[in-house]
Every structure is written in structure tokens, then in C-alpha cells.
Design a protein. Structure first.
Length: 460
């Protein structure tokens, strides 16, 4: 299996003079109270249709896209929820996100090349065109051409037209070429274009990108731009701009529950610890310490408290918490999301965020608390659908509501669900796990002979 290489990227690009990107006219904004309800319903329908569908397919989650080749292939992708193998599709263009009740352009392109790092998911939101431009000697969709067009009229609660790229497994970067730029993505990336430029917004994780032989690396909260000849996004002119705090307005209102890996989007900018800093559970020294973070650690900015004295951050291992702002140095100008209570992780929409199915072949015993040492209160048969309520503070168990009305705890390994388990509330009121029964001889001295009682004697 051939892998994505610098040679492939070079075959798709050439060097030239830099052309300044053109500004596009700002769309007319329709107030949310006039357009949010049908748009929200469209997102729910998209989630039900395509979240969790397999890799190797395009899934239409909204209005009928324009597809090449035309004819049977295009027709087969017209219905919401339709699945077509990526290998038979040359290009997909979704319609804009309507501000007047539909259609809504939403589609998934999930690419998986066997024995290759070219495995990624692409979520098309709004007027987005994605074309396979991979040379014939390489597997399809290793190189793509992306174009996004902002609509003239836009719902206040909808995002700009955007392509979202993610690698399926954190730590295993996805490698592909986007508009002539070779990228290694370990996280979540938003791609937007104008007639003369492509901008890459790193929403989570990290991005390593190469344009015309020059490498740039961006962290969550940063953007990079590469210029193109007018009307031809396939050819980068020059190199990528240096990473800078991204324009927060361009990535607001993204439908995070639709992402294959739902995330909390970074705020624009990054920060670095000036010394050893405590990461706390809340925005005050009254909250507990999660971990002490070493000096010179780069952190992702997620939000702040109202007075902007504390910042909600993610550290490199993925742990989130709060840090005192005066102990950080960085660009905080784009940190606009303010709250006092730590937000819950993003959950799926509708039933996908609440339902699960028992997959244990013999069913599973429902218990009064989240450990096998607690008493059994009921039995849940295989195939039963249950409702998720909460998660355990100390074990991989969840509280469920069964169809017969009984509520209890079940091990995660016994169910399958598309819900985000980390987004379930933690039930801190459960009893602590039962202590294991002590084995004779583990009490710190010899276990007495039961046959000698009451005339036992012991050596000094």
C-alpha cells in the first residue's frame, strides 16, 4: 500500500508569488428566533441519520448533495441517511445551511485506507465542495480539494460553511493533502476558503502542515493561512502563515454533537505556564487541585470566568481544569466564552445521547451500585434497550433505567451506545465500593487454628 509522501504533495503544488486573499461580503444575519427551530431539527435528523455510520462511506445527513459522477451514484446519495462507498465518488458538494427552513447541507465523508495513516472523517457543513484529486497510483481521497462558500443569508445560530476534519483515534495522526498542503492532524481541524486563500483552524489537538517545503505547526486555538491564485485553491502560492490566534467568530456555532469525536472547541490563542501552576476543579483557590502543571507547559484555552481572572484550560494529556490567569502568559484577546461553572462535555443529540442496548450474550445483572460486589436487583436480557442516567465516580459502570421501570447499575462492557459517556453526570451519592473479603493469613499475624478453640496456645 502506497503511503502519503512529500512527493505526492509536491506533485499537486508549485511555487509562485503570494497573492493577498480577498475579503468576502458579510452575510445577512437572520435572528435565531426566526430560524433556529428548523435548523435544530435538521441537526437532530442529521445526527440520527449518520452519526456512528461506518468508515469507507459517504453519508448524506441533509439536503441532496451535488455528486460526481452524475447518474446512479449521485441519485443513490440523494436521500437523507443514504450511504455510498467513497471509492465510487469523485466529488461531493453540499447545499448551504438554509436560513429559511431548508434544505440544509450536511454530509460525512469517512475515509479509511487499509495499512495507512490516511484515515479521517470529514464533516461538510453548508456550501462545501470536496473533490478527490489523488494521483491514480495512490488510494483515493489521500489528496482533496476543498472549497467553501459563505451564504448571502445566514441563520444567527448556524456556522459559516466549513469542512471539519478529524483523526478517528487520538494519538494516531491522519495524513492527507488539502488544497496542496500536506497535513498531519492529531485532533480536529476546520477548513474554510475564499477565492484566494485557505485557512486552517486547529480546534483541538495539534496540526503539522507543509506548503512548498516549509513546515509550520499549530496548536488548538491557532489558525494558519495559505494563499492561492484567484479561483484556483488547488495550488498554494508560497508558504503557510505563522500560527496565530484564530478569529473566534469564524468557528462559532459549530454543531459539536455531530462531530465523530465531540469536543469542546478551543478559544483563539494559546497560553504557557510561567511556573509550576495548580490545575483546579473550579475558578478559585477554594477548589481542589487536580494536578500541578510544570513551568513552560503550553495549554489550550477553553474559556474563562466572568472577570477573566481564571482560565479554563486543557493540558497536553487531555485533562481539563482551571488556572489562575496571572500565572499564564499568552494571547487572551479571543477568549470570549465566559462561565463560572465548568461546562459538561458535549453530548449527542436526542436519543443518541440517552439510549443504549445490552450486548452481553447472556444479558447482565442490574445492581444497586456500580460494582460487582453490590447486590443484584434485576436482570436485563440481551438486546434490551435502556436509558442512560449517570456514570460512576470510581468504576466503568453506568446507571440505567430499564424497560420494566427498574433503575440500577450495569458495567459499560455489557452495553453499546453512541452516547458520550464522559458527558453523563457523575453520581457522587453512590456508596463506596465494598471492601474485598480478606483472605486468611493476611491480617498481619498467623490465622488461629479453628480446631484449638478455646484452648489455643501461641508461641512467643
Amino acid at each position: 500500500m502506497k503511503r502519503l509522501t512529500a512527493a505526492l504533495a509536491a506533485a499537486l503544488t508549485f511555487a509562485s508569488v503570494i497573492v493577498a486573499a480577498q475579503d468576502t461580503a458579510a452575510p445577512q444575519i437572520v435572528a435565531a428566533d426566526q430560524c433556529a427551530a428548523p435548523y435544530s431539527l435538521a441537526l437532530l435528523n442529521a445526527s440520527n441519520a449518520c452519526v456512528g455510520q461506518p468508515f469507507g462511506y459517504v453519508c448524506n445527513a441533509g439536503g441532496a448533495p451535488a455528486v460526481e459522477p452524475p447518474g446512479p451514484v449521485a441519485n443513490s446519495l440523494a436521500a437523507t441517511g443514504a450511504l455510498v462507498e467513497t471509492g465510487v465518488i469523485e466529488s461531493v458538494r453540499t447545499p448551504p445551511l438554509s436560513a429559511g427552513g431548508g434544505p440544509y447541507g450536511i454530509a460525512y465523508l469517512r475515509v479509511a485506507v487499509e495499512d495507512s495513516p490516511v484515515t479521517y472523517s470529514a464533516l461538510l457543513l453548508g456550501d462545501v465542495s470536496v473533490r478527490n484529486v489523488t494521483p491514480p497510483e495512490f488510494p483515493a481521497w489521500q489528496a482533496i480539494q476543498v472549497e467553501t462558500v459563505d451564504p448571502p443569508v445566514q441563520c444567527e445560530s448556524a456556522p459559516f460553511s466549513t469542512l471539519i476534519l478529524q483523526n478517528p483515534v487520538v494519538g494516531n495522526p491522519a495524513r492527507l493533502v488539502v488544497n496542496g498542503v500536506s497535513i498531519d492532524l492529531n485532533g480536529t481541524l476546520a477548513v474554510q476558503t475564499t477565492s484566494t486563500a485557505t485557512t486552517f483552524f486547529t480546534l483541538s489537538g495539534t496540526l503539522r502542515a507543509v506548503a512548498n517545503g516549509v513546515i509550520q505547526a499549530a496548536s488548538a486555538g491557532q489558525e494558519m493561512r495559505v494563499d492561492h491564485a484567484p479561483g484556483d485553491v488547488s495550488q498554494p502560492l508560497g508558504t503557510l502563515s505563522a500560527p496565530a490566534a484564530f478569529n473566534q467568530d469564524r468557528v462559532n456555532h459549530l454543531p459539536l454533537p455531530l462531530f465523530d469525536r465531540p469536543i469542546q472547541v478551543a478559544q483563539g490563542g494559546v497560553a504557557t505556564t510561567t511556573g509550576a501552576v495548580n490545575l483546579r476543579t473550579g475558578p478559585s483557590t477554594d477548589f481542589g487541585v487536580i494536578v500541578q502543571v510544570p513551568a513552560q507547559t503550553r495549554v489550550t484555552l477553553l474559556g474563562r470566568n466572568e472577570p477573566a481572572t481564571w482560565y479554563h484550560v486543557r493540558i497536553p494529556d487531555g485533562t481539563t481544569g482551571w488556572m489562575l490567569g496571572e500565572l499564564l502568559i499568552g494571547d487572551f484577546s479571543q477568549v470570549t466564552s465566559a462561565y463560572e461553572a465548568t461546562p459538561q462535555p458535549v453530548q449527542r443529540l436526542g436519543d443518541l445521547g440517552q439510549k443504549a442496548r445490552v450486548i452481553a450474550p447472556n444479558g447482565f445483572d442490574l445492581r444497586v451500585a456500580p460494582d460487582i460486589g453490590f447486590p443484584v436487583i434485576n436482570y436485563v436480557p440481551p438486546g434490551a434497550e435502556v436509558s442512560l442516567i449517570a456514570r460512576s465516580p470510581y468504576s466503568p459502570w453506568v446507571e440505567i433505567h430499564a424497560a420494566d421501570g427498574v433503575t440500577g447499575w450495569i458495567a459499560l462492557l455489557a452495553i453499546e451506545t453512541r452516547a458520550v459517556i464522559d458527558a453523563l453526570p457523575i453520581d457522587f451519592d453512590v456508596p463506596p465500593p465494598p471492601e474485598p473479603t480478606r483472605i486468611p493469613g493476611t491480617f498481619g499475624n498467623a490465622f488461629p487454628d479453628p480446631n484449638c478453640y478455646p484452648n489455643c496456645t501461641f508461641d512467643d
